[in-house]
Design a protein around this ligand. Structure first.
Ligand code: CMC
Length: 391
């Protein structure tokens, strides 16, 4: 009890002490374990970044192969889980399917909940990292009405995922290095972002000592929303709407300024960045490179570029320091790689997984107390119960 500080949306409330990710919103800078995101995105790969986030340092050769082998040990999912996938309609949103399957994983791996030592935490982490890539791939196969592919331990994590998603029966499968590199980069850029909504959710659920899989399942629900990870789907839908409506970007920038229209420029603005989101800068450049390498054109990319230009020159967006965020260009790349719109947020979830797990692990190792915010009560004053016939 005592004086309660009200901070709607936790704009200025620190919920924990963390050593994982640092971001400076005014400067537009982001660091994983001290390493600038620009260097990590250019030089590293997703598996190495997962290790970095989980263990605190870049791995040497031995550490890395032990880590990769630890994950490969679990590169399968119980057959019974496939029956769960079968019962969903094809129209089901992949994020709902993913969240359900992730929670259901606990039933088939009950030991993942017993985490009394650091080794147990790391063990649960490796298990989830391996199995989650299957669940993400399954949501794609479900959406497309295709049979499930098994994991291939001769490949690295991203290649294995790519094969599980795209391999077609009775056809020779080939990895396209442009696609693998693009996936690696996108997953790295989404890997962690300190105490965002889904990560805070994972930590909050985990603070009750709920198991890792159920905590992450809750995080998937938080990520699904259009103000958070669901923005990547919403951006493409917005760009398609603008294109259908004749491509007049200025009209939509005006619409976003008019509060009565209840319309926001999706992929714009950020709670912490009051400058360019450094991830958006890297993704924009990656989009240019990938479109050139794959030799494809997409009208949505032109509209996105025009929209960005008009918004960045507009007084409303300048005053409020609203810049493109990570979700603005990512969907355009996913689409170029052949990933359907409803799957975009699943891709975000796969990228964010090591962040969620690292934060959950840190919370348990730091022995953070159960999360339990207070409130300012403004409801009815005490009154007596009235029988229904007297109301
Ligand atoms: N379009 C138009 N106006 C906006 C936008 C936007 N995208 N974003 C913020 N504003 C305005 C908002 O109306 C408010 O104006 P005023 O001061 O006149 O009331 C001002 O800017 C501050 O906005 P806020 O809603 O108080 O800021 P917030 O920190 O609570 O919200 C946000 C941050 C990301 C939810 C918000 O910017 C937004 O809704 N953006 C669109 C959705 C989006 O792209 N989300 C992805 C975020 S980044 C990746 C991730 O988290 O997954």
């Amino acid at each position: 009890t005592g004086l309660i500080t009200l901070d709607l949306g936790y704009k200025n409330t620190g919920a924990t002490i963390s050593e994982i990710t640092y971001l400076d919103g005014d400067k537009g800078e982001l660091f994983y374990r001290g390493y600038p995101i620009e260097q990590i995105a250019e030089k590293s790969n997703f598996s190495e970044v997962m290790y970095l986030l989980l263990h605190g340092n870049l791995p040497n050769k031995d550490q890395f192969s032990t880590f990769e082998n630890g994950i490969k040990k679990y590169n399968f999912v119980a057959d019974e889980m496939k029956r769960l996938v079968d019962v969903f309609p094809r129209s089901a949103h992949p994020m709902g399917v993913l969240s359900s399957l992730t929670s259901a994983l606990t039933a088939f791996n009950p030991k993942s909940v017993d985490v009394s030592s650091k080794e147990d935490l790391d063990h649960a982490a490796e298990m989830l990292i391996a199995k989650f890539s299957h669940l993400c791939a399954w949501t794609y196969r479900k959406k497309m009405g295709l049979p499930i592919n098994h994991g291939d331990n001769s490949l690295n994590y991203v290649e294995n995922f790519y094969k599980m998603v795209f391999r077609v029966p009775n056809k020779e499968f080939e990895l396209d290095p442009t696609v693998v590199n693009a996936l690696d980069k996108l997953l790295i850029l989404h890997a962690d972002h300190e105490q965002n909504c889904s990560t805070s959710t994972v930590r909050m659920v985990g603070s009750a000592h709920t198991g890792l899989f159920a905590s992450v399942s809750a995080g998937i629900g938080a990520l699904w929303g259009p103000l958070h990870g669901g923005a990547n789907q919403a951006v493409i839908e917005m760009l398609e709407m603008i294109e259908k409506d004749g491509g007049d970007v200025a009209k939509y920038v005006d619409k976003a300024k008019n509060k009565e229209d209840n319309f926001r420029l999706m992929g714009f603005g950020h709670r912490v960045y009051k400058n360019f989101d450094p991830r958006a800068k890297i993704i924009k450049k990656a989009a240019d490179d990938i479109f050139e390498a794959l030799g494809i054109e997409d009208k949505a990319l032109d509209i996105a570029r025009q929209l960005e230009k008009v918004a960045l020159e507009d007084e409303y967006f300048i005053e409020r320091k609203l810049y493109p965020n990570v979700d603005f260009y990512s969907g355009i790349i996913y689409r170029a790689l052949g990933i359907p719109t409803e799957m975009f947020t699943v891709m975000f979830a796969l990228g964010r997984l090591p962040g969620w797990i690292s934060q959950w692990k840190e919370m348990r190792l730091h022995n953070d107390p159960i999360g339990r915010p207070r409130q300012v009560y403004q409801g009815a004053t005490p009154r007596d119960y009235m029988e229904m016939n007297q109301r």
